[in-house]
Write a new protein. Structure first.
Length: 193
């Protein structure tokens, strides 16, 4: 029932779409997810200075628990702020929307980011991918995770950890690799064997 209050309140910030995410409902504005509603809790996407503000207000990050793993994502529980009619709630939500849209737009502009800036990627993986012949983010995304993984296997051997394939898929999809569902992981693995 409380979820309906959240949905009604969020309409004040513009028409949004709801999609199933992390076992709850993601709230999207201009194709950018900025809020998450799960089990009567409202989570707000952080970023930049917003992380510090939300942490200082006692908001905790959402932890998505799967069978054997837990992934902490950059969404903060603002339910108590909402219930307490915090004076800054509107400003916080507006800033989250701005940051989410900026991030979404920057993802579309692949010329501005490095491979290590993608989710799940780091300097070591960026170097592996580049050594395997994939020069930049545009090429990485256009080739897709399966082709990039096969290129890495060609360069480093067939015994490369299959989690790399999932990390590459998460990087392309813009999510943490542990949040890929089992069906997607299986499909990726089958296409690489």
């Amino acid at each position: 029932m409380i979820n309906q209050y959240y949905y009604s309140y969020l309409k004040n910030f513009g028409p949004y779409l709801k999609r199933s995410m992390f076992g709850g409902t993601g709230i999207f504005l201009n194709d950018a997810m900025y809020a998450l509603v799960i089990e009567d809790q409202l989570y707000l996407r952080g970023g930049e200075e917003l992380d510090e503000v939300l942490t200082s207000k006692g908001c905790k990050k959402y932890r998505h628990v799967k069978k054997q793993t837990t992934a902490t994502v950059n969404y903060y529980d603002i339910s108590e702020l909402f219930e307490a009619n915090d004076l800054e709630i509107e400003t916080l939500i507006k800033r989250s929307i701005e940051l989410s849209i900026e991030y979404k737009n920057s993802q579309k502009s692949t010329s501005n980011i490095r491979l290590r800036d993608l989710p799940n990627m780091q300097l070591t993986l960026e170097r592996m991918v580049k050594k395997s012949g994939v020069k930049n983010v545009s090429e990485f995304i256009s080739l897709g995770p399966e082709v990039v993984f096969r290129k890495v296997q060609d360069e480093y051997g067939k015994d490369v950890d299959t989690r790399l394939l999932w990390k590459f898929a998460g990087a392309v999809d813009g999510v943490h690799w542990e949040l890929l569902d089992a069906g997607r992981k299986k499909q990726l693995l089958e296409s690489c064997t």
